[in-house]
Design a protein around this ligand. Sequence first.
Ligand code: AMP
Length: 220
Amino acid sequence: MKIIFLGPPGAGKGTQAKLLAERYHIPHISTGDILREVSRNGSTIGQQVRTFMQEGKLVPDEIVTRLVAGRMGSDDARGGFILDGFPRNETQAESLDKLLSETGVLIDLIVYFETKEKTIVSRLAGRRVCNTCGANYHVVNIPPRKEGSCDQCGGALFQREDDKEETVRKRLKVYEQETASLVGYYKKSKKLRVVSGDLELKEGQEALVSLFKKEHLIRD
Ligand code: AMP
């Protein structure tokens, strides 16, 4: 199962991808997660990456594309993966096409999470992330059992710097300007499918699983 998740920030791509990755034993390749790790490693590149992310801007294409190529080339991605947060503009989409054709990898589906602005804003404002294992929560929709503490590892939950209101507005603008046109780009490939990003966690997961069945990516 080789899938790309496309959609605005707050569409639920990461949360759904994590669940699917566990269920089908494939890696969830999130450029946001990879870049957050790089931004913490203390290197010069790490510091640059951190600044772009804090300002809600896209990290330069060369850096992200190199990281994605490395991750997709690992052994565990051979049988399948969910690519989340990449590509984010046409240059990245073209680099990905090139990488896929060089490595002979075929993408099965591109899933676009069509999402209302109201949903996006409320999801991002309420999102909390575990500082230890990276699990995502939401103060209303997916609350942890104990407030401020991760159900899985007990780590402390925090609000991402770029989920604060002003940066969210900037990220949505960047999405409209740079990423939204990729829906048209992938429509041409006939592999684009649309799901609603407005669904709750469980309904969203069910919609994706039934899509995968319909597309014969998994059995009943
Ligand atoms: P995300 O976790 O996908 O919302 O990404 C968080 C931030 O990481 C974005 O606002 C960007 O600054 C950066 N980022 C993630 N993926 C990419 C990408 N494909 N290209 C450039 N920047 C990215």
